[in-house]
Design a protein. Sequence first.
Length: 208
Amino acid sequence: MHMITDYIFIITAILIAITIHEFAHAWVATALGDPTPKNDGRLTLNPLKHIDPIGLLLFVIIRFGWSKPVRINASYFEDRKKGSMWVALSGPLSNLITAFLFGALLKIAILFPILNPTVQRYLMQFLRYGILFNVIFTVFNLLPIPPLDGSKLVFGILSPSSYFKMLQYEKILQMLLLLLLFMGILPRFLTPIVVLVENIIFGVFQLF
């Protein structure tokens, strides 16, 4: 029973992280004048619109995965480079803000335990997962590897010639990303960073 509850909390926390992330991309792109996300049905908080089945499965199994990317058309932006960078940054930033929000809720739950002990324990466990998976999504998506958001931020900084050179290797870099995930190398590399960011959140709200 405990394991079933644990998986329910994990999947719920992952779905929240995915939905917040992709909605942020869609909202910022729409605010900058691009109707593509809205036309694609991505300007929504419905998690079913944002799920990539394989990415979700990997999230549950190895704690690192991905969601269905939001399509954008940068030609609608007043400044294509800056607009694309803002859209890319909005996803990880929204997850980081959400992680801090979960931290605040966890602090409130600790200070004001109004529920019975079992429900209180479940609530605190879920909030901890909320922090964890939003931090994971923040850190993972900031990697400068296509198609992750970090690569779009790097592309925005590069000169046009360097940008097109990197695009030539985009497919290879995507395959490298998958290989590093399946081999467990990437999770081992990123876990200390995730723990560091978690500890910062715990420190801010004195959750130790």
